[in-house]
Ligand binder design. Structure first.
Ligand code: PEP
Ligand code: MG
Length: 872
């Protein structure tokens, strides 16, 4: 049987959203609820996909069905396309599975030509309206279907208004509009080279094609990427008989929400405009009136509308966002959908719906988009001010939040200015560990280079500081403390605002407001915790991060990156001494300095976690991030080690690596310098012993994690020294202490030989940052430079460093679990790459049977919610 490409509204229902798109499915559902919906048909999303497969053509089979359905629509409405008695006029609108407001195209008043206009002018006794519809149609059709810019038509309207000495479009009369329509058609012919089409069927096919084409327009592509909507879904097209809100003063059009989309409050919200068509409300040409006022102007239609609102809310059991038209006092529903809402409103609405008996707790949990929670946890831009602002550039939204401050170019300046009470945004080519204190002193961080897992991004997310990374459009001149963006030169002290959620960069001040956590937040989270199977841990390197994460519900530390504990001035000095030692003795001397820092930090982490698990990862510093580059630092190191500056420089040169991410890092460091692993073992075990003594009722069971293992013998080798050192410490303390030694799975070979590795590991933790880097062969630090081209070419839809690649990297994870668990039935498995806080990746982790995910503190609530949704 041939494919069915087209459905009447009366043939569909709300469950057919994949095929009919959200708008089409809801028009069908409203039809079956008996609501006043102008009838029509929906061309399926599959037809859109087919259009692209057929080289952007609507094939004959689909065209045939469209024509057949025009016939059916004519029967239902009793009107006919192009008829001179009772002409059918339609709107043509896009409607994807997930709503993409304003991203795609719409055409109204289709079916008009000069003859038809004359007919409806006479029939309605309203020639002004008839000609207004026609000129609007020519304008929209030319813009959307033929891509003739709107501006030419706007110019003609302006000329006409000047000629007539009026200022408003509504002051133009029927003759003016008729004259404009013929000017528009002349303009169309001049631009396109052919006459404006008079045949409604030709107009319709053109419009349908245009809607399909708009699925691939640049703003739709960007919107989809930001909102995780796959390109492959396609859009449906809805062809609906027109209801006219612009026929006179007993007509109008409006949009309304059943609850306040900003706060969630239960009250009808919206706007209404008399004698207007839909796009007038959206375009803001005339100021609409609040919906409540409609009660006075159109009491009957308003009363009916209120009933419809209740019917729809009760039916969908969610806040509805509706479009409607009043034609000669009669109400028509054009659209309903679950309304977009702020995070705060989402929480309130979900809780209210439970309290109203409309939703179960599990359903309420499933209603919240976890990504939205981010906005509740960080300062935000004042919504009105943000709306009024235009971005001057865009990087990656690497760490959410809003920041506004004066531009500084060095970490030292950030600290100094902050100490003076200034709010600053640190702008760097890229950040390095030395910048950490400056990063902490900044409202936000903006970098020219680096991707989602670059140093700046990872560290900023950990700190909960706003960060926009990888804005390659910035032309940076660090030496002269200035940069250029969008043609403007910025100097130290100039104001800039950055949005770490969208990656947008703004010139000047956009005021920020502190985030508030509404009472409903806790309720939703407690419901989520009832359903989820995955535990949620945090990536935390400092007691402050750990405490914050605990407040946000973390059940342990899944990753403490010990090299991040050396960012402070005096610590980094000792760390550099260790790196730049020539002999074991020198290195041991440096390690002696480091040990107390580490032990103290570990004790504080155990204290902060109050008996919950803590995984400490042994050193994994890409060395290039730590060696000194500034002359003063080199001199300082030389003095500390009693060496000449030249010797230090020679050592630094010898440490140079061509590919440091694949260089001397991870457990390779422990293999070459066992004394480092031994020192860290001592620090971990001594800290655990002290905390256990202080809190005998806590479970203190250190989890020591060996990074970047690719071969079981490598793990065995390092583990042996860990165990010998740990056992000696425990014996010396005369105390019982259990501990585990596990490994990260972050090299493809480790995943592929997980059955061997599991014989030596108590646990696996997927380091999906490196696993992604090495599976794709994309450098974590450099991928940002070329990924945009991959999006444009539709090779990728997402950044694999932000959203787990389930097909490739995911397969390696599944393989590792399948190989590892049968060999070691006690093996526990987690993830601690950045993906551990990404909702779709969390869902995947649930599916493949991980025990926990670990993510930066501010993403803990997101992971808790995503884990619950995966389990529901
Ligand atoms: C990883 O590689 O996923 C990981 C967590 O380790 P890091 O980001 O420190 O390399
Ligand atoms: Mg790693």
């Amino acid at each position: 049987m041939a494919n069915k490409w087209v459905y009447l509204f009366s043939e569909g229902n709300a469950n057919m959203r994949e095929l009919l798109g959200g708008k089409g499915a809801n028009l069908a559902e409203m039809t079956s609820l008996g609501l006043p919906v102008p009838q029509g048909f929906t061309i399926t999303t599959e037809a859109c996909t087919q259009y692209y497969e057929d080289g952007r053509e609507i094939n004959e089979e689909i065209q045939g069905q469209i024509n057949e359905y025009i016939g059916k629509m004519e029967e239902i409405t009793g009107k006919k396309f192009g008829d001179l008695e009772n002409p059918l006029l339609v709107s043509v609108r896009s409607g994807a599975r997930a709503s993409m407001p304003g991203m795609m195209d719409t055409i109204l008043n289709l079916g008009l030509n000069e003859e038809v206009v004359e007919v409806i002018a006479k029939k309605s006794n309203n020639p002004r309206w008839a000609w207004d519809c026609y000129r609007r149609f020519i304008q929209m059709y030319s813009d959307v279907v033929m891509e003739v810019g709107k501006k030419y038509f706007e110019e003609l309207i302006d000329e006409m208004k000047t000629k007539k000495g009026v200022t408003q479009d509504v002051e133009l009369d029927a003759d003016d509009l008729k004259e404009l329509a013929s000017q528009f058609k002349a303009e169309y012919k001049a631009k396109i080279g052919v006459d404006f089409p008079d045949d409604p069927k030709e107009q319709l096919m053109g419009a349908i094609k245009a809607v399909f084409r708009s699925w691939d327009n640049p703003r739709a592509n960007v919107y989809r990427r930001d909102n995780d909507i796959p390109y492959s879904w396609g859009t449906a097209v809805n062809v609906q008989s027109m209801a006219f809100g612009n026929m006179g003063d007993d007509c109008g059009t409006g949009v309304a929400f059943t609850r306040d989309p900003a706060t969630g409050e239960k009250k009808l919200m919206g706007e209404f405009l008399t004698n207007a068509q839909g796009e007038d409300v959206v375009a803001g040409v005339r100021t609409p009136m609040p919906i409540a006022q409609m009660a006075e102007t159109f009491p009957e239609a308003f009363a009916q509308f209120q009933t419809v609102c209740k019917t729809l809310e009760d039916h969908y059991r969610d806040m509805q966002d509706m479009e409607f038209t009043v034609e000669n006092k009669k109400l028509y529903m054009l659209q309903t959908r679950n309304g977009k809402r702020t995070a705060q409103a989402a929480l309130k609405i979900a809780c209210d719906l439970v309290d109203e008996g409309m939703r179960t707790e599990a359903e309420a949990v499933a209603m919240i988009d976890p990504r939205n929670l981010d906005t509740l946890l960080h300062p935000q831009f004042d919504a009105a001010a943000l709306k009024a602002a235009t971005p001057i550039g865009k990087g990656l939204g690497a760490s959410p939040g809003a920041a506004c401050g004066k531009v500084v170019f060095t970490a030292e300046d950030a600290e100094a200015w902050n100490a003076k009470g200034e709010k600053v945004v640190l702008v760097r080519l890229e950040t390095s560990p030395e910048d950490i204190t400056g990063m902490k002193a900044s409202q936000g961080i903006l970098t020219v280079r680096g991707g989602m897992t670059s140093h700046a991004a990872v560290v900023a997310r950990g700190m909960g500081t706003c960060c926009v990374s990888g804005c390659g459009d910035i032309n940076m001149d660090e030496a002269n403390k200035k940069f250029t963006l969008a043609g403007k030169e910025f100097h130290e002290g100039d104001y800039i605002s950055i949005d770490g959620s969208t990656g947008n960069i703004y010139d000047g001040v956009i005021p920020t407001v502190d985030a508030t956590i509404a009472g409903e937040f806790g309720r939703i989270m407690s419901w989520a915790d009832k359903y989820r199977k995955l535990k949620v841990r945090t990536n935390a390197d400092t007691p402050a991060d750990a405490k914050k994460a605990r407040e946000l519900g973390a059940e342990g530390i899944g990753l403490c990156r010990t090299e991040h504990m050396f960012f402070e001035e005096d610590r980094i000095a000792a760390f550099r001494e260790m790196i730049c030692s020539d002999t074991v003795e020198e290195r041991e001397a440096a390690l002696e300095k480091i040990l107390p820092y580490q032990q103290g930090d570990f004790e504080a982490l155990y204290e902060a976690l109050e008996g919950n698990p803590v995984t400490i990862r042994f050193l994994d510093p890409p060395l290039h991030e730590f060696v000194p580059t500034e002359e003063a630092d080199i001199e300082k190191l030389a003095a500390a080690q009693g060496k000449s500056v030249d010797t230090i420089k020679a050592i630094i040169a010898s440490l140079h690596e061509f590919n440091p991410m694949m260089g001397h890092r991870g457990c390779r460091l422990a293999v070459t310098y066992p004394e480092i692993a031994k020192m860290q073992t001592k620090a971990v075990i001594r800290a655990a012993i002290n905390v256990k003594k202080a809190h005998p009722d806590w479970t203190v069971k250190p989890e020591i994690m060996i990074p970047l293992v690719c071969e079981v013998k490598e793990l065995k080798y390092v583990k042996k020294m860990v165990v010998e050192t740990a056992d000696a410490e425990i014996a010396a303390a005369g105390i019982e202490l259990e501990y585990e030694v596990g490994t990260m799975i972050e090299i493809p070979r480790a995943a592929l030989t997980a059955d061997e590795i599991a014989t030596e590991a108590d646990f696996f933790c997927f380091g999906t940052n490196d696993l992604t880097q090495m599976t794709f062969g994309f450098s974590r630090d450099d991928a940002g430079k070329f990924l945009n081209a991959y999006y444009d070419a539709k090779i990728f839809e997402n950044d694999p460093f932000a959203k787990l690649d389930q097909t490739g990297v995911g397969k390696l994870m599944e393989t590792a679990i399948k190989l590892g668990k049968p060999v070691n039935n006690k093996l526990h498995v987690g993830i601690c790459g950045e993906h551990g806080g990404d909702p779709s990746s969390v869902e995947f982790c649930h599916k493949i049977g991980l025990d926990y995910v670990s993510c930066s503190p501010f993403r803990v609530p997101i992971a808790r919610l995503a884990a619950a949704q995966a389990a529901i």
